[in-house]
Write a protein that binds this ligand. Sequence first.
Ligand code: GLY
Ligand code: MN
Length: 462
Amino acid sequence: MFNKHIYSQRRQRLKETVNNGIILLLGNEESSMNYKDNLYPFRQDSTFLYFFGIDRPSVTAIIDIENNSEILFGDNLTTEQMVWTGFREPLESVAEKTGVTRVKRRNEMEAVLKNAQAQSRPVHFLPPYRPEQANTLGALLNTGLDALQNMASVSLIKAIVEQRSIKSGEEIEEITKAVNTTVRMQLAAITMAREGMTEAEVAGNIHSIAIAEGGNLSFPSILTINGQILHIGYSQAKLRNGDLVLCDCGAETAMRYAGDLTRTFPVSGSFTSMQNEIYDIVLEAHQAAVSMLKTGIWYRDVHLFACEKLTEGLKQLGLMKGDVKEAVDQGAHALFFPCGLGHMLGLDTHDMENLGEKYVGYNDEVVQSTQFGLKSLRLGRALEEGFVITVEPGLYFNAQLMEEWAAAKKCHDFINYEKLGLYKNAGGIRIEEDFLITKSGSLLLGNPLPKKAREIETLRVA
Ligand code: GLY
Ligand code: MN
């Protein structure tokens, strides 16, 4: 945990911004996999971690703004329960570490909320993203589950997004730690992968690094010879010479801050000339996007500039044609880049995505598009000093999508459909790094990891 003053200050600022009523923040519950006592690894809610730092299940908090009080609700384990779990510090002493003096049992929460409701005071809560949260909220607030999403407090969401978007010095240190572990995972994947190994063998190895360094994965690793499928994961598929491996992975630290990096490398040790040409286009788009990072610039404009660079490169390959800006405006490039350039990074890999992209990545000034490709850009608004973001352009040759677009002659003024056949097995290439937005531009977080094609080949040989 950070020092308790950090959590107290965060809660104080939240109270000042939300300004009235009761704030109800749910910590997460344990979740069973296939029978009750077989549990998924526990992952605390990130907003709960941000304001309280308490990383244990079944704790809930109420912040009463007018009465300036904070109460943690939770039950201590019995000796019999601790026969199975080992010693668990009483919630009272954990509360002290986060600067909270009042602790009550869980069955006392309902009365506190009912009392507030009886006085017609607003009860602010966040949109549930787990069924357990919806059930708890529904029962506590006596509300149907369908209504909960609409009843979630927009003023609370906006206040939290405002705070969590700007990373403090100690958060940047944690994220940097996570990125450095991720760098070691990437180096392990790049150097160990060999023809005949399975995707799962490499994925298992990098998972062990994340665990050994004190945390876990920040998301399930994408480690695949089918990098054209954006979030495919890994399988028992064998790596073969000629394949590219796309490794998109991240560690989270013991304090649950995330890293998120992607590299793409050839199984044989050398890129084919076709792979190398595609790789260099992605690298150029990456570098162009990074050079634009600064406070005030809309991330949507950085994304669109990267799309123009990808389109220019695809024109040189003969896959696209026509005016570059018009092609990007029409969304033609999305056949090869059907996703966004990046997202915020913090306690979540897609930071705060559970609070709603329209509040996290967009605002009244920059509204999320509905166009295929651009609609998947999670961050569009102006960058601010203290944001931590990913930059992750890619080129993806998805045979199913290419066939569908060809049959419909979609954007045919900009795509040379007769050339696509040559690329139907070209796979996918992505290059991803994590950046802090600074006063004067941006700062790469973590130790540099080779990203030029030659450098990757050198690592493969070593
Ligand atoms: N690294 C996974 C993602 O950004 O979606
Ligand atoms: Mn990412």
